[in-house]
Design a protein around this ligand. Sequence first.
Ligand code: MRU
Length: 341
Amino acid sequence: MRTIKWQDGTVITVDQTKLPLEIVTLKIKTVGQMAEAIKNLRVRGAPLLGASAAFGLALAACNSKAGRVSELLAELEDAAKVLKSTRPTAVNLFWATDRVLDKARSFLGEVEGLKVLVVEEAQIIADEDAEANRAMGENGAALINDGEVILTHCNAGELATVEFGTALGVIRAAWKQGKKIKVIATETRPLLQGARLTAYELKRDGIPVTLITDSMVGYVMHKRLIDKVVVGADRIVQDAVVNKIGTFTVAVLAHEHGVPFYVAAPKSTFDLTRTSTDVIIEERRPTEVTHYGAKQVAAEGIGVLNPAFDVTPLKYVSAIIHESGVYYKKDFAKFKSNVLT
Ligand code: MRU
């Protein structure tokens, strides 16, 4: 199932803040509406953020009244700034925005032709993500054995991508191959992407899933209830994997218990010109921590830290699954010279 679609100048997607209790279709018609949807996590997950940003530029192009290519290009540059200011951590958003802009800048022709080109490029980005996830699923499924229990954190599923998912794509592919696996999903405080989205997706697809709170990861590992961990990524840099807050804790616990820790991410999530110190970790509203849903649970005026992501050094990562294969520990050394094969 496609999470995001372009239909006659409108982007159709589902409002992920309402799932799983309500399925509300979003019809996004302007780049401003797209920026709002990204900022408020109506659309979220690194690969989906890439496709959403690309479609945001497509909306800007289609809504433009520019009479000249140079004017339209200037409008696209402004739209790109708006989109890039929404969320700082997932590199896919920046990668997709720059890819569409670069394509537009090199265009030679009339305004209408440029509009078509921008929409086409956004659609290609979306199609490529869907294909990459299916290939990644097959590559990762080879690492999963029949009967294993897989722990995953946050939501790296269909809802975080254009189709199929990254970490959940691996789980889905293994399940489709007939491997009788089970999944343990962490709830993923504070925004509960695990409880609301991962558990929903897997239950809907008939893949056995058990929900735990984030603080139970140590317990389930100690009890030897987990065979492997598979998570997604928001940005992979030379020395680390940046992913949802809590990923680092899961990785250290996996290392301590000798549980393989796999990351599944497409090439669009790799940012090998940077190291972990260059990455901006998004800091979100204090109320996400002080409140449980709409209800305040912490004392009024309490100090709060709310980083949305953390950094897992590569020494804790057993392998990175991507669309053209798997990188193992021996391959990570090449990340420093920005070599990807
Ligand atoms: O804040 P979110 O919900 O956008 O964070 C999502 C994650 O951290 C995912 O694990 C990551 O983007 C990988 S999704 C394939």
